[in-house]
Design a protein around this ligand. Structure first.
Ligand code: TXA
Ligand code: MG
Length: 344
């Protein structure tokens, strides 16, 4: 594999020129940093798999700058369209009230049937041979600008080495992938800190494939307005594990994991060599290494989660003990990732 002198910079122009030359680069999104390449170039997309060490059966998300671009690649049924307009509405209003619409924008990735006429255009490596494609419209202005100027979708998984923790800063991307990619575009830390929520929209009832930073209440409101009583289907992970075809390979049990062993729902620190990662207030006798959120705020904990796990992983503890996190709203995404981090 080619050894790069990896550059880290805030130049969008430079990032674009690497993408146009068929290279893959680290880019910011509002959820986590992605490792992006031109989704219509097989050689470029192959570089994503190589530099991450990602198994080739695990498909990638394509990132689009507009609903129009999404529709060129995927087939959206009636329910899917409702959700697209709800979640990616900053595109709908173009440049009007951009700031306000950005706030409403929701980090959802939708899995939809791949359009027949686009199969020869999209690099086949993106979908790993599936008949569906995962599409997301990020709200990060830098990501949107890159896609718009490239004129094609960007294929991008999270910009970490396969199975390690997703990066929420350009520095974390650099540490994981230096020498393996030419460029990391630095636009500061990610606002959300946890990956997008993935919904399967190939059937009329959407199915949650991965919990994430998207708000499922918003989805359920839209579904209920479309047809009274319609709600997303939330399957247990174990059900997925027993499915013959794994629908979102990110559901694989061991994933998002630090190198240091992780212990969950910890109410005590068992040894001085154990790091205690707190959430909210903790009894005074526990020596807290870091706190996800002193005020027990789940949004703040999401933003801090990966960053703090990486930090503790580097400090050389024997184990990381993590306080219980309430299993509601964003807490479900946090607990999902923690469970995978702890799986052996
Ligand atoms: O927030 C995010 O979603 C970040 C940013 C960079 O966009 N991306 C991300 O990508 O988390 P990745 O590759 O780490 O996770 C995407 C997940 C994988 O588990 C993959 O298996 C699943 O999406 N996926 C991709 N295409 C799929 C498809 N056609 N059907 C089912 N699952 C799919
Ligand atoms: Mg990932």
């Amino acid at each position: 594999m080619h050894v790069f002198q990896t550059k880290i910079s805030s130049s969008v122009d430079e990032a674009l020129s690497y993408l146009e030359a068929g290279e893959c680069v680290g880019i910011p999104t509002e959820t986590v940093y992605g490792l992006a390449a031109d989704a219509c170039s097989s050689t470029a997309v192959q570089k994503i798999y190589h530099s991450k060490g990602r198994p080739n059966f695990n498909p990638l998300i394509i990132h689009v700058d507009s609903i129009e671009m999404a529709m060129q690649y995927g087939h959206f049924n009636e329910v899917a369209l409702e959700l697209v307009y709800e979640c990616w509405q900053n595109q709908r209003f173009a440049d009007l009230h951009i700031k306000e619409n950005m706030k409403k924008q929701q980090p959802f990735t939708f899995v939809v049937p791949l359009k027949d006429n686009i199969k020869s255009v999209l690099a086949s490596e993106v979908t790993a041979g599936l008949k569906t494609v995962a599409i997301r419209s990020p709200s990060h202005p830098v990501a949107l600008d890159l896609i718009k100027r490239l004129g094609r979708p960007l294929a991008a998984p999270s910009a970490n080495r396969s199975n390690y923790i997703s990066p929420t800063t350009a520095k974390a991307v650099f540490e994981d992938l230096k020498g393996r990619i030419p460029f990391v575009l630095d636009a500061g830390p990610c606002a959300k800190g946890i990956e997008s929520t993935i919904l399967d929209l190939t059937t009329l009832q959407p199915v949650v494939l991965r919990y994430g930073s998207g708000d499922l209440n918003r989805i359920n409101e839209v579904l209920n307005a479309y047809q009274q009583g319609l709600q997303v289907e939330e399957k247990q992970t174990s059900v997925h594990m027993h499915m013959k075809a794994i629908r979102a390979p990110g559901m694989l049990q061991k994933h998002y994991a630090p190198k240091t062993p992780v212990r969950l729902n910890a109410r005590e620190q068992l040894a001085p060599t154990e790091a205690y990662l707190a959430f909210g207030q903790t009894p005074a006798h526990i020596k807290v290494a870091l706190n996800l959120s002193e005020t027990a705020n789940l949004e703040e904990a999401s933003v801090n989660l990966y960053h703090m796990l990486r930090e503790l992983d580097q400090r050389g503890y024997n184990s990381i003990a993590i306080a219980p996190i309430p299993n509601t709203g964003l807490g479900m995404a946090i607990n999902d990732r923690l469970k995978r981090a702890a799986a052996s």
